[in-house]
Design a protein around this ligand. Structure first.
Ligand code: XMP
Length: 321
């Protein structure tokens, strides 16, 4: 019978057999899949696994620390952190076009990961790469019909010819809820295993307009409030994802105390979905929306207006860019 424990035992045995005494690399993104895949491989081969975390400065509040501290504390994984915020922000400076942002981030991510892999390879020859591929990913990329390419998604792929690794994909036969069950069984905290999906390009595609540190900080503050209040309401699991979007080039007039304000709006985009291919806007309770709105406008100085996105997918996509 299927239990998380059985799957773990089975995968641990397979990974040990596949890897022997050789060295393995894994890129951690902060997301559920890579976190569980790496924890499983670590369980199997311990110190022969090294994880690389590219901190590009586009994550939400507390996420980098969660990988660097909580995740490492629980899994005991050897972690190399590449702090490349400055590099990413300088390449993204002044860029407004969504596809341009995605391409730059994808390219810089691969560059950074590749450099880290080379450095590590010089120290201990790496022969395997762990990927958190799930069953739906396998089906989607194998399906012959092909879907229209609406946004260029970024994932770790295409490494150069002289860096060739065999793949370890321990989650290949599993669905998301099974992956979460395994993560829990491996001792990962709820903040990691129950996390909503988050796009590879991060907050860069939730700032409409050019990206800089200040704008990222504004969005991080608003996003944290939405996440806190959603969690406190207990409706976290009803919602597939809850992007908060900063309309950085839009300003509107407001009033606070006796004074006029001229601030930015943020958009709340809570959606319900099965697989992100289609989605509907979540009918969150008005009291919850009100609480989030009040807190954001009170606590985030630059934001003086909060709006709710009531568009399904299609025609809207989940992310704004
Ligand atoms: P859209 O906006 O196309 O998003 O409705 C569908 C799902 O994909 C996520 N998303 C991404 N995930 N890399 C990712 O790993 C990406 O470049 C990317 N772009 C969008 C999005 O958050 C949603 O879950």
């Amino acid at each position: 019978t299927w239990t998380p424990g059985n799957i773990i035992d089975d995968q641990v045995a397979r990974i040990r057999e596949q890897v022997g005494d050789r060295q393995v690399l894994c890129a951690l993104s902060g997301g559920v899949d890579s976190a569980v895949a790496a924890a499983l491989v670590q369980r199997a081969i311990g110190d022969q696994l090294t994880c690389v975390f590219v901190d590009h400065g586009l994550l939400r509040a507390g996420e980098a620390a969660q990988v660097e501290k909580d995740y490492v504390a629980v899994t005991n994984v050897r972690l190399v952190v590449k702090n490349v915020e400055e590099q990413f922000l300088s390449h993204l400076k002044g860029v407004e076009d969504p596809e341009q942002k995605r391409k730059i981030i994808g390219r810089e991510f691969i560059r950074t990961f590749e450099a880290a892999a080379r450095e590590l390879d010089a120290e201990r020859h790496i022969e395997f790469l762990v990927q958190g591929t799930l069953y739906p990913d396998v089906v989607e990329s194998g399906g012959g019909t092909g879907t229209a390419n609406i946004k260029s998604h970024h994932n770790v792929g295409g490494l150069p010819d002289d860096l060739q690794f065999a793949l370890i994909e321990p989650l290949r036969t599993l669905f998301k809820d099974e992956v979460r069950a395994i993560g829990k069984e491996l001792g990962l905290p709820d903040e990691i295993v129950q996390r909503h999906p988050f796009p590879g390009p991060g907050l860069a595609i939730r700032i409409i307009g050019a990206i800089d540190r200040e704008r990222l900080d504004i969005l991080r503050a608003a996003d944290l409030i939405a996440r806190e209040e959603l969690a406190a309401s207990g409706l976290d699991r009803e919602v597939w994802q809850f992007p908060v979007v900063l309309l950085a080039d839009v300003r509107s007039v407001g009033v606070q105390g006796d004074g006029r304000t001229y601030g930015h709006p943020v958009v709340l985009r809570p959606v319900s979905s099965e697989d992100a291919m289609t989605a509907d806007w979540s009918r969150l309770p008005y009291d919850l929306i009100a609480k989030i709105s009040n807190r954001i406008t009170n606590e985030v100085r630059e934001v003086n207006r909060v709006v709710l996105d009531v568009t399904s997918k299609p025609p809207g996509t989940i992310e704004w860019e």
